[in-house]
Write a protein that binds this ligand. Structure first.
Ligand SMILES: [Fe+2]
Length: 247
């Protein structure tokens, strides 16, 4: 199975660089990899507003329609802060997710494609009360459910995807239950996908997880080129290729 990882698109307005770079990314994927499952690990938009999701959907609709499957989980920028007593507004993200993906409500969301189990989690689920929206928390309920998914079925490969970084302990950005998440994934997860800190990175065999990928910020060029990772997953191996696009 082919799996493409995108993250931190931060689309806002049609005049923004992110909008144009996302168009380039989507055109490249549709030209070369329509057989891929595309996983987007959050921060699709910049402020969580419905009008921003409309702009993002203009582009991502083609990806959802032409690729094998598109899956999304929310980042902190996808759920707008409504003030101390208002909590988070998840409605625009929820509407986008229902319209463009096959997912039901709620996280963790787990499905198996060609023997590859993919589980998406919501790292903003219990962010309320942390005092800073850029921090994340998966929470006990999701971790328990994730652990159950990681022990059920007989997939040859298990993929977990969530927005916040598993190792970034910056006080304003951290996933506060990262240690618990690493314990849940240890020796059960073959590939972990994440974003949030906009630092492109890839680690092998750390804390009992075969591959850990930080997709950086997919809509920001690096040395004049956009880049994304394409994983080729077979029943006994994972390989990774970086695709680049000149801008
Ligand atoms: Fe983020």
């Amino acid at each position: 199975m082919k799996l493409i990882h995108l993250t931190d698109l931060h689309v806002s307005e049609r005049s923004g660089a992110e909008y144009h770079h996302l168009r380039r990314l989507v055109a490249h994927i549709i030209e070369h990899h329509t057989d891929a499952v595309v996983v987007i690990t959050g921060d699709l938009v910049d402020s969580g507003r419905a009008d921003e999701f409309e702009v993002a959907a203009e582009i991502l609709d083609a990806l959802a329609a032409d690729c094998r499957l598109m899956l999304v989980c929310p980042g902190n920028h996808d759920v707008e802060w409504m003030g101390t007593f208002g909590g988070l507004d998840r409605r625009p993200f929820g509407a986008f997710r229902r319209a463009l993906t096959c997912a039901r409500e709620g996280y963790p969301y787990c499905m198996t494609v060609d023997g590859v189990q993919i589980t998406l989690i919501d790292t903003t689920a219990e962010a309320r009360g942390l005092g800073d929206l850029a921090r994340g928390r998966v929470g006990y309920r999701q971790r328990q459910e994730l652990a159950r998914y990681l022990e059920t079925g007989q997939p040859h490969t298990r993929v977990v995807a969530g927005h916040h970084h598993l190792y970034d302990d910056d006080l304003g950005l951290e996933l506060v239950d990262a240690a618990e998440m690493r314990a849940v994934c240890a020796h059960r997860c073959n590939l972990y996908l994440m974003g949030h800190d906009h630092h492109w990175g890839l680690w092998r065999e750390v804390d009992g997880v075969g591959w850990i990928a930080d997709g950086g910020k997919s809509t920001r060029p690096h040395r004049g080129r956009l880049r994304y990772r394409l994983f080729d997953i077979t029943d006994d191996a994972i390989s990774c290729n970086t695709q680049t696009i000149e801008v």
